[in-house]
Design a protein around this ligand. Structure first.
Ligand code: KIV
Length: 267
């Protein structure tokens, strides 16, 4: 399992960091087998697992439950789990308690939280003060969907560009060990990556971040929507229903089970 020092060395050496989301035992197992450096138990599970239209209904209990399952599937991979909406927004005492609960009971290696305004920088400092590694997340932060007015690329205007750049530097000073950059123009991803000492992981942030992350279901073709930044490496969204209906047809046609699928008294 890689550690914080190794991620920093990878950045310094120009070795790209590969992160994939996972949400349960089998996806954890598959991602570990891929050799990816990091698993993210993302609160995107609210959408791809629970079927909500956004991530806001995911609870801390959900995150602990899914993190534990992923850890069972991926005992040897560095796992980051998302702190869900409202788990670090109220006050620093609640923030620390929630981060510690997810870290301890989820069996993970680090937590992630979204945003870069002053209260988020304080939250990062408070969690780091509990000896819990923190990954930050800037740009298009899905938990701020209401305030952002939708899934809109951030940092296109100069003022916004400079604000995100400034927040990246403050987050690094606060003690975050890694920074996810989502939905920003490539030049901003490149500039933050060049100026920051901590590794940046992009999703829709261009080619120059220190690593890349994709959602498991997007990568495997199991999502209904396909944003521009997604590259699909399989088409399970078609393969799974085709296999299920083939099996159903074989049952109806009495082609399943075959002789080799049944137990005989002599076995
Ligand atoms: O929840 C998630 O999966 C994420 C990634 C999209 C970075 O935060």
């Amino acid at each position: 399992m890689k550690n914080l020092k190794e991620f920093k060395k990878m950045k310094e050496a120009g070795d790209k960091i590969a992160m994939i989301t996972a949400y349960d035992y089998p996806s954890g197992k598959y991602v570990e087998a891929s050799g990816a450096d990091v698993i993210l138990v993302g609160d995107s599970l609210g959408m791809v697992i629970q079927g909500y239209e956004n991530t806001l209904k995911v609870t801390l209990e959900d995150m602990v439950y899914h993190s534990r399952a992923v850890r069972r599937g991926a005992p040897n991979t560095f796992i980051i789990a998302d702190l869900p909406f409202l788990s670090y927004h109220i006050n620093l005492a609640e923030t620390k308690r929630n981060a510690a609960r997810l870290y301890r009971d989820g069996g993970i290696n680090a937590v992630k939280l979204e945003g870069g305004k002053a209260s988020r920088v304080d939250a990062i400092k408070a969690i780091v003060d509990c000896e819990i590694p923190v990954c930050a997340h800037l740009g298009l932060t899905p938990q701020s969907i209401g305030a952002l007015g939708g899934y809109i690329v951030q940092g296109k205007e100069e003022k916004d560009y400079q604000r995100i750049l400034q927040q990246a530097m403050e987050i690094e000073d606060a003690g975050a060990f890694m920074l996810v950059l989502e939905g920003i123009p490539e030049p901003l991803g490149e500039e933050i990556t060049r100026k920051a000492c901590i590794p940046t992981i992009g999703i829709g942030a261009g080619r120059y971040t220190d690593g890349q992350v994709l959602v498991f279901h997007d990568l495997l073709g199991m999502s209904d929507i396909k944003p521009k930044f997604v590259k699909q490496y399989a088409n399970l969204g078609q393969d799974i229903p085709a296999s299920l209906s083939q099996w159903k047809d074989q049952v109806k046609n009495k082609e399943f089970p075959e002789r080799r699928n049944v137990y005989n008294p002599m076995d």
